[in-house]
Design a protein. Structure first.
Length: 423
């Protein structure tokens, strides 16, 4: 039997269910059936159907509670349905929802000023912001900005992930993502990540930009050697290339500071951000400083939604709560707590815990991370497996030690069951 999704919907303002959601889509099975029939299969089959969230928990359509240790892939920094975000967003959308970039709004300008100050804390150079709706688009804007230098060559890194649009894909390394869509925008070379000498060997006066993640999230929370970013900065300065740091995953407090690069004392020319910025509201930003700030002149780029006041107010609310509640320090403390607790299990399947703040990878000694992640889901914990041997933990920054401990207590059994299945 197929679910009739075209059933008549009462759209009158008096209806208590104007979108018709309370109709046929009330069970997980019905939603998954509808999904299979109406969405592209880009993401495969969803593992669960979630209908409600609060703090670090989400509930599925059957009322089962899950501890969200992935936060929508490092997005829900303040957890779900945070009251400050709710009140900011509902206040803004009930006042003014959208005007386009023909016009300006106070929320957009206020958020731009906050992000510019993150990228340039000393205010020595003036930073400028281009707003987008995602990390991919922030990188797309940055890519176009680099072309305005008059040079075209870009150096990216092996294992890099920067998004899936044609431009972002051109600087993303994974051949599986790239191959079906070639030819991609050219003049991109890849050097081994974390190897400053390899970067030096490739860098010369023809290079427009070097693009780097402070640590590689999608590649399995790969942390480069200390001083790598600083060396990249020096090398870029010596050749006139722009240093473009992709902080889409690492930024906004995820690694225990506003920006991982700034925490290392490195000032990039271009910083791209998204994910945690809107706590789930789609927003991204390409922030440029110094000479890079004026490389995209009027008419050179655009976006209908970018900097939308509702998305911008969500960003302002996130920044305000992170500041008010001391969540940068909390993220550092909780990250250390988790790493120590998992390491302390001395489980034979755990090789190490790496990462920074609340962006952590539990590295396994066997390629069973997907099975562990599935077992975790069955046990009510959301994590994921960016690589066959790495589990990613990226919970809301408000996660408590007790919540992390509940996962650590369950972990040995999850690891054992995955190992048994693999055997
Ligand atoms: C470092 C990095 N850059 C860019 C992106 C793409 O961002 P989005 O999915 O918001 O387009 C991601 C997403 O995982 C990312 O981790």
């Amino acid at each position: 039997m197929t679910t009739d999704l075209s059933a008549e919907t009462d759209l009158s303002p008096a209806s208590s269910d104007p979108t018709g959601l309370a109709g046929p889509l009330t069970t997980s099975a019905a939603v998954l059936q509808g999904y299979a029939g109406s969405l592209m299969q880009t993401f495969g089959t969803p593992k669960r159907v979630f209908v409600r969230g609060e703090g670090c928990y989400v509930w599925d359509a059957e009322g089962r509670r899950h501890l969200d240790l992935l936060a929508g892939i490092a997005v829900n920094a303040l957890g779900h349905t945070h009251p400050t975000v709710l009140s900011a967003v509902t206040g803004q959308i009930s006042t003014l929802g959208h005007v386009s970039n023909f016009f300006a709004t106070p929320a957009q300008v206020a958020l731009a000023a906050r992000l510019a100050a993150m990228v340039e804390p000393e205010g020595a150079d003036e930073a400028r912001v281009f707003f987008t709706n995602s990390g991919t688009e922030a990188n797309e804007a940055a890519f176009k900005l680099t072309r305005m230098t008059g040079r075209t060559k870009i150096i990216s890194t092996e294992g890099a992930f920067h998004g899936r649009s044609m431009g972002a894909l051109a600087i993303t390394h994974n051949p599986k993502y790239r191959a079906p869509f070639e030819p991609l925008p050219g003049d991109v070379v890849f050097v081994p990540y974390g190897d400053a000498d390899a970067l030096a060997a490739e860098l010369d006066e023809t290079v427009a930009a070097v693009v780097l993640e402070p640590l590689q999230g999608e590649n399995g929370i790969v942390v480069p050697p200390a001083g790598y970013l600083a060396r990249a900065r020096e090398l870029c300065d010596a050749t006139g290339a722009l240093l473009w740091v992709d902080e889409v995953q690492t930024g906004m407090g995820r690694t225990g500071s506003w920006l991982a690069s700034v925490a290392e004392g490195v000032r990039a020319d271009v910083v791209t951000m998204a994910k945690g910025l809107g706590n789930g509201f789609p927003i991204g930003a390409c922030v440029a400083r110094g000479r890079a700030a004026s490389l995209l002149p009027a008419g050179s780029h655009g976006s209908t939604f970018g900097g939308n006041p509702v998305a911008a107010i969500a960003g302002l609310a996130v920044i305000a709560v992170i500041e008010r509640d001391g969540l940068l320090a909390h993220a550092r403390e909780m990250g250390e707590h988790l790493a120590a607790a998992v390491t302390g299990l001395h489980h034979p399947l755990v090789a190490e815990v790496r990462g920074r703040g609340l962006l952590r990878g539990i590295v396994l000694t066997a390629p069973v991370a997907a099975a562990v992640s599935d077992a975790a889901l069955d046990a009510g914990f959301i994590v994921n497996a960016p690589r066959p041997d790495v589990l990613r933990i990226a919970p809301p920054l408000v996660v408590t030690a007790a919540q992390l401990d509940s996962f650590v207590a369950a972990l040995p059994a999850l690891l054992d069951s995955a190992q048994e299945h693999a055997a």
